[in-house]
Design a protein around this ligand. Structure first.
Ligand code: ARG
Length: 252
């Protein structure tokens, strides 16, 4: 490696460098990270500063960025817009509690899995009719648009098991639809549903916490091995040095 290396977060601390010197500086790259930030505890607005996104994914990718020497710029998008944005080059990676699936692997490349988070079925807290997955026959599912929960509900509909699937943009809308009776049950990521319940007790309840097991990965544009290798190497390092466990502790 030739010349100076500007380390993460210090891209501006090059005062004194002449123009020629600056050319020799290894630029710290900034990657644009797409996310749908209404998904606690993975990515959500800080209640003290709604412009700031916090969460498990945020801490994890920041730790990886620090380890690998890159900067991050966040871009908020709807969940179902993330993959198209990656493909069109609007963003460099997806960090959004995104499940690694064979179907998505056809359009993006995933990092190594960074957490397990399966699907759970939940209903309004006062719903006595649906007590487990056998009781959803003829019922209306509500899911997040473009999510694996939506794919699962589509499957159930195709099998003729359920009546209808309602697709909404955010988990909070989904919960509301159970409260107002538009939908009968929701299929959503277990840790997110659990986190909602711990923040808002007595609104919804989980009736099946093992609908489907899943793992999350970071996604990059197909063929972007340079970035993918940084993500995998960084993930390995933050796991090895205990940072990953600290982040786990903080959010779970
Ligand atoms: N894990 C699910 C999926 O990949 C849902 C993720 C939703 N993430 C979000 N930030 N809204 O389809």
């Amino acid at each position: 490696m030739v010349g100076l290396v500007a380390v993460s977060g210090c891209a501006d601390s090059t005062e004194g460098a002449t123009d020629e010197g600056a050319e020799e500086l290894e630029e710290v790259p900034t990657y644009i990270v797409g996310t749908e930030p209404y998904f606690p505890p993975f990515e959500y607005a800080d209640e003290n500063n709604s412009n700031e996104i916090i969460g498990f994914d945020v801490d994890l990718i920041n730790a990886i960025a620090e380890d690998q020497g890159f900067n991050i710029e966040w871009k908020d998008l709807e969940f179902d817009a993330l993959i198209p944005a990656l493909q069109s080059g609007q963003i460099d990676m997806i960090v959004s509690g995104m499940t690694i699936t064979a179907e998505r692997e056809e359009s993006v490349d995933f990092s190594d899995p960074y957490i397990n988070a399966g699907l759970a079925l939940a209903v309004a807290a006062d719903n006595d009719e649906i007590q487990d997955v056998d009781d959803i026959q003829g019922k209306v599912a509500v899911v997040q648009q473009g999510s694996t929960g939506a794919a699962k509900a589509d499957e159930l509909k195709e099998e003729g098991l359920i009546e209808e699937v309602v697709y909404l943009a955010h988990v909070s809308d989904i919960v509301m639809s159970l409260q107002n009776g538009r939908g009968d049950f929701m299929i959503n990521d277990l840790p997110v549903t659990k986190s909602f319940i711990s923040q808002n007790p007595d609104v919804i309840k989980i009736v099946d916490d093992q609908m489907q097991s899943e793992s999350y990965g970071f996604a990059v544009k197909t063929g972007n091995t340079e970035l993918l290798e940084k993500l995998n190497a960084g993930l390995e390092n933050v796991k090895a040095d205990g940072t990953y466990d600290e982040i786990m502790e903080k959010y779970f």
